[in-house]
Design a protein around this ligand. Sequence first.
Ligand code: SAH
Ligand code: SF4
Length: 351
Amino acid sequence: MIDLYSLSFEQLGDLLASWGEPRFRARQLWVWLYERRVDSFAKMTDLPKTLRARLEAEVTLGSLTLETEQGSKDGTIKRVYRLPDGQLIESVLMPYDDDRRTACISTQAGCAMGCVFCATGQMGFARQLTESEIFEQAVFFARELEAQGERLSNVVLMGMGEPFHNYEASLGAIKRLMDDLGIGARHITVSTVGLVPQIRQFADEGLQVKLAISLHAATDEERSALLPVNKRWNLDELIGACHYYVEKSGRRLTFEWSLIQGKNDTPEQAHALGKLLKGLHCHVNLIPLNPTAGYSGGPSAEGRIKQFVAILSDYGIPATVRVRRGIDINAGCGQLKVAVLKREKVRKAEE
Ligand code: SAH
Ligand code: SF4
């Protein structure tokens, strides 16, 4: 069955034309999909009954199947979706007091980057998501928010997976978030562990989308121990690409730093970070480490965090300490994880 969310406006027009429908039907249907955001053909009341019946029989409204949903006491919602081949992914919705509604979506089932403190990294890589599998995670939240009289306002590509290891699909999904779902570029953030060629490529795209770099350590020795990718592209190459991005895009860069007690929260690391980021138009997001099963480190104590922020401030680097979200349901940064399905089981689901 064709998934309607996988079609561009043109492709939708072609499909309906091949059914003998007039051209304006595509616009009508498009409005139901992306402006009114309904979740069933029955609700598309200005379409003829016969067309609705044919749509019902021959196409789907999304390829993701909701498997489970959990709610945190802070309002965060975490979902597990089943993909058509049986693979599982997670996405998270975070409501904020200032009316922002932020979807955190996955770009891969699992992740191949192996960052030691990340639950997704600990589970390994299952497969790439398609452009529409990435896009649909946001559409599903947008649909339900719409039904409650709310609007999805922000999207972060910070769920499972490394967006720049699935570059074309992630970029395609970002464009659809902007063009079709109407999310402003400045309300979209893509986060990378530091794939240098793709950071440069992304700078060349000329988008106003926010870019975040997961840094976590300011010396090669420390960073390679936490993020194996640093052995492929070291800090020198990474920071070089960051300068290129800022110059090319004219945008401020965000660095992410998960504070691990006694590890990367020392005054030495703070000074090293201050020196590393000198002259770079940037901002640092500090996130106390979220616990994961496969890593023994813990979050930094408050005193350490304050000291870290103070040292960065001496270097003129603005830093914000992020409030951890959804920890009680393992929905926080780096906590997303699902069982990797055995190949056999995946194949069965395909049949
Ligand atoms: N793969 C991308 C985006 C997904 S991870 C990336 O790594 O940037 C989103 C953020 O959560 C990254 O900054 C990542 O380093 C961070 N993170 C991973 N594990 C974490 C943990 N246990 N606690 C806090 N942050 C974590
Ligand atoms: Fe992958 Fe990002 Fe987790 Fe590293 S932190 S393993 S890149 S999802």
